[in-house]
Design a protein around this ligand. Structure first.
Ligand SMILES: Cc1cc2nc3c(=O)[nH]c(=O)nc-3n(C[C@H](O)[C@H](O)[C@H](O)COP(=O)(O)OP(=O)(O)OC[C@H]3O[C@@H](n4cnc5c(N)ncnc54)[C@H](O)[C@@H]3O)c2cc1C
Ligand code: FES
Length: 370
């Protein structure tokens, strides 16, 4: 969800290019288990994006086309090229494939930049972004940090960055460089699970006492000028959410980007189950790219899955209700979502739905995408 004010997404032009073949210009080994992939902008013209958005990489692996979302760590205001950083996940298909196989000069199919974990920048704005990042969750933060420091001279950023150990800190030197170059406007505080003997920073679990100490080290601009962002492992995000709530920070000032499914409150999900018989095969109308499609969605199958099976090339990435690549607006009818993590309350109130986890509850569902 966009932080700052929630804005209705502008209507996309029809028949714009959704997919690109991007050449890998450089691969940077950030840590022993994370690479940054730098893509050349396509010759047909620069791909524009917002800080905090992600690219969807589409790679044939084992005879299947696999899609995964990767947040852009480059900034549209600072970097000429597009870059994403991919950290290995244990037994993960795409993250390990990219770390093991990708070479400079290769071409990857990508879907246009998407995502709502973004904001508009303006030189007249004066705000404090307090960011909590864990592991690969630094990627959208890096893009936002570079953007805000260069675009909003009166705004500042504080980053609390949690990692396993010192060797797993992605962008350690780059962050230090930005902190030096923008002295007083970027505060980076590292927190490590396993700190080395001579470690000057913080170590251990981010708990209430530590948060209080961390907040003493960063400027206090008051709640109206402060926005809290978080991106990292599920455990860390839940922990930070609870800690911020204990500090009486209103939910409306806290924005998060989830990389992995699991943040769902299982009990809430159970409660949200439809009554028996409520789910049955229903027709859904989808408007996308100037076309109108009608599909019959069987019970317990998602709208996106049904459309894809019928060869309708709708946008998607994570297929688990996190990234919002499949977001559409239900202009009529009722849709039940298995997972609402990716949508803000304002978006839900405005009728936005996620087709990858969406099931029609009425016979008159019409969804506009784009
Ligand atoms: C909006 C968005 C932005 C993202 N940006 C980035 C990014 O900038 N950098 C990055 O490295 N990843 C990012 N991810 C995660 C990425 O899309 C993949 O999910 C991740 O690389 C794992 O894919 P895989 O194919 O290797 O693992 P899979 O084969 O899909 O999964 C293997 C196992 O690992 C678990 N798993 C999947 N992802 C994670 C994870 N991130 N942490 C822990 N366990 C996991 C799965 O539940 C599964 O059990 C992002 C995800 C989203 C939704
Ligand atoms: S494809 Fe990611 S939310 Fe639906």
């Amino acid at each position: 969800m966009a932080f700052g004010l929630f804005k209705k997404a502008p209507k996309k032009e029809e028949n714009v290019q959704h997919y690109f073949a991007l050449r890998v210009k450089n691969i940077i080994h950030e840590t022993k288990d994370a690479i940054t992939i730098v893509f050349e902008q396509p010759p047909s013209g620069k791909i524009s994006y917002k800080a905090g958005q992600f690219l969807t990489l589409i790679v044939p692996i084992g005879g299947k086309e696999v899609r995964r979302a990767y947040s852009l760590c480059s900034s549209p205001f600072v970097d000429d090229e597009l870059a994403v950083t991919v950290k290995r996940v244990d037994n993960g298909l795409m993250s390990n494939w990219l770390n093991d196989n990708l070479k400079v000069g290769d071409t990857l199919k990508v879907m246009e930049p998407m995502g709502q974990f973004t904001t508009e920048f303006s030189k007249d704005r004066k705000r404090h972004l307090i960011m909590f990042a864990g592991g690969s969750g630094i990627t959208p933060m890096m893009s936002i940090i570079k953007s805000i420091l260069t675009q909003e001279p009166d705004s500042i950023c504080s980053l609390i960055y949690c990692n396993r150990d010192i060797d797993s800190i992605i962008f350690k030197d780059e962050l230090a460089k930005w902190e030096t170059n923008y002295q007083g406007r970027l505060h980076v505080i590292h927190v490590l699970d396993n700190a080395p003997m001579n470690w000057q920073g913080y170590s251990g679990l981010l708990n209430h006492e530590m948060l209080v100490k961390l907040f003493e080290r960063i400027p206090n601009w008051g709640i109206d000028k402060t926005t809290y962002l978080m991106c990292g492992p599920e455990g860390m995000m839940k922990n930070v959410e609870t800690l911020l709530a204990q500090q009486s920070i209103p939910k409306e000032r806290v924005f998060k980007e989830s990389f992995v499914q699991g943040t769902i409150d299982k009990d809430k999900k159970q409660e949200a189950q439809p009554a028996p018989g409520e789910l049955k095969a229903r027709e859904v109308t989808i408007r996308y790219d100037g076309q109108e499609y009608k599909i019959m969605v069987e019970p317990n199958r998602a709208i996106l899955e049904t459309a894809l099976d019928q060869g309708i090339d709708l946008p998607y990435s994570c297929q688990s209700g996190l990234c919002t690549a499949c977001r559409g607006k239900a202009i009529s009818g009722k849709v039940k979502l298995d997972e609402e993590e990716g949508l803000s309350q304002a978006e839900r109130d405005a009728g936005y739905v996620l087709t990858c986890v969406g099931h029609p509850l009425t016979d008159d569902v019409v969804i506009e995408i784009g």
